[in-house]
Design a protein around this ligand. Structure first.
Ligand SMILES: Cc1cc2nc3c(=O)[nH]c(=O)nc-3n(C[C@H](O)[C@H](O)[C@H](O)COP(=O)(O)OP(=O)(O)OC[C@H]3O[C@@H](n4cnc5c(N)ncnc54)[C@H](O)[C@@H]3O)c2cc1C
Length: 393
């Protein structure tokens, strides 16, 4: 019997495991995916086909292992502010000085005065500008949740990978543990679900809760890009600056997925000849997670926002020297699924459910889209929950 069973080892689960273990609690962390090790996270991508593709990773450290290291704050609740500050300190978050930006980023920066430095949890002393953040960092230069898992393990937390939880066991209105898909039972005085915004509602469905799964947002993005010979964006730290607009943001982004789109138009380019900008919108929370499917289509407002961003990105690319005839874009994707259990908890700063001793500490607890990278907010939700459980908040 453990004090807490935590389900999922991504941004939320790893944080809760670290915080509770550090306070002397016995914690079991269950992760559905394998431990892929540094630099191998691209093997763990779990992409869900929908109108807007939903991208996540399933491995120790969760989706943080493929994240770009962007750590932007949200203003969901003042009660999360101190937790975000604490997390920024732990992650050594900072902004990259202009003289350390890569050449392609500097080129785009010269095309507008509106760029701002992106807060990054990336150690430039270790970063080799390989441009492979989204494949998992071989140099371990960027923060990911594996660092919190390591700290939790050092403090005595037990971790099981390849342990997919099927349902929460509930007795007399109280969560008493979990059962895995292969029939193993793990008991705990408290259960914390942190399986991400797609899988946490599914665990709840299987546990008899059906009022979850709606309100899915993903911060839909496209990458607009074209050919600029020897731009070299594929070998520099991506998304180091951004422009914030009402409803969307822009950030320099290399995507090799532009190459097949160009090839379809008869344009053969090499990765080093691409210059791209990500357009990420604050999409409407219109998506739904069901047991066997995710439905996420772009709404009319989403399409309008995307069009505004696309136009601005194209203008910047042309100003930076991209050949107009080569400008193409990658299909819409979403890498920030959230919101699907927000109606089921009290608030992101108090993520308790109506089942006693069952709480939620992942992006499903975020009440709605805020159009910014959510990792820091998820970590803050899990920190705040841990403080509440420990009677410290
Ligand atoms: C390519 C990419 C780049 C990104 N870059 C950034 C960035 O720079 N900054 C930022 O803020 N955000 C970024 N994100 C988003 C960010 O990583 C996520 O928002 C964040 O990790 C969500 O945290 P979470 O705890 O909700 O879920 P996750 O981190 O996804 O963790 C959930 C974990 O639960 C596990 N799990 C699922 N089902 C079960 C089950 N049944 N039993 C046990 N375990 C289970 C999963 O395998 C996974 O490990 C990026 C996402 C992608 C895809």
């Amino acid at each position: 019997m453990h004090d807490y069973v935590v389900v999922g080892s991504g941004a939320g689960g790893a944080t809760a495991a670290k915080e509770l273990t550090a306070a002397g609690k016995s914690v079991l962390l269950l992760e559905k995916g394998p431990d892929v090790g540094p630099g191998n996270a691209s093997k763990a991508y779990a992409v869900i086909k929908s109108g807007v593709e939903v991208w996540q990773a399933s491995c120790l450290g969760g989706t943080t292992t493929v994240a770009m290291g962007n750590v932007m704050r949200s203003n969901l609740s003042r009660k999360l502010d101190d937790c975000m500050t604490e997390a920024e300190e732990e992650m050594d978050a900072w902004t990259i000085p202009p003289d350390k930006l890569g050449p392609a980023t500097r080129l785009l920066r010269g095309a507008s005065g509106d760029w701002q430095p992106m807060p990054k949890a990336v150690d430039l002393k270790k970063c080799t500008s390989c441009g492979l953040c989204a494949f998992g960092c071989l140099q371990q230069a960027k923060w990911d949740a594996c660092q919190y898992v390591e700290q939790a393990v050092a403090g005595g937390c037990k971790v099981a990978t390849n342990a997919a939880v099927r349902k929460v066991m509930v007795e007399g209105g109280r969560a008493i543990g979990v059962e895995t898909v292969d029939g193993r039972v793990f008991r705990g005085n408290g259960v914390i679900l942190a399986a991400g915004a797609v899988e946490t509602p599914r665990i709840l469905f299987r546990s008899g809760v059906d009022s979850v799964g709606k309100g899915l947002f993903v911060d839909t993005f496209i990458t607009v890009g074209g050919v600029l010979p020897k731009a070299g964006q594929n070998h520099e730290l991506g998304m180091a600056i951004y422009i914030e607009r009402d409803g969307y943001m822009l950030s320099p982004h290399h995507s090799s997925l532009l190459l097949p789109v160009l090839a379809e138009r008869g344009i053969n380019a090499e990765p080093q000849d691409l210059l791209g900008i990500m357009v990420k919108i604050e999409d409407e929370p219109s998506g739904v997670v069901r047991q066997g499917a995710v439905v996420k289509e772009s709404t009319r407002r989403d399409l309008e926002l995307m069009e505004r961003g696309r136009r601005e990105a194209t203008e910047l690319l042309l100003r930076a020297g991209v050949d107009e005839k080569t400008v193409v874009e990658v299909h819409p994707r979403g890498a920030h699924p959230g919101g699907t259990c927000s109606a089921y908890i009290r608030s992101p700063a108090k993520p308790f459910t109506d089942i006693e001793s069952l709480s939620i500490a992942d992006a499903s607890a975020i009440p709605g889209p805020f159009g910014k990278p959510p990792m820091l907010t998820v970590v803050a939700i899990a920190k705040r929950l841990s403080s509440l459980l420990l009677g410290r908040a």
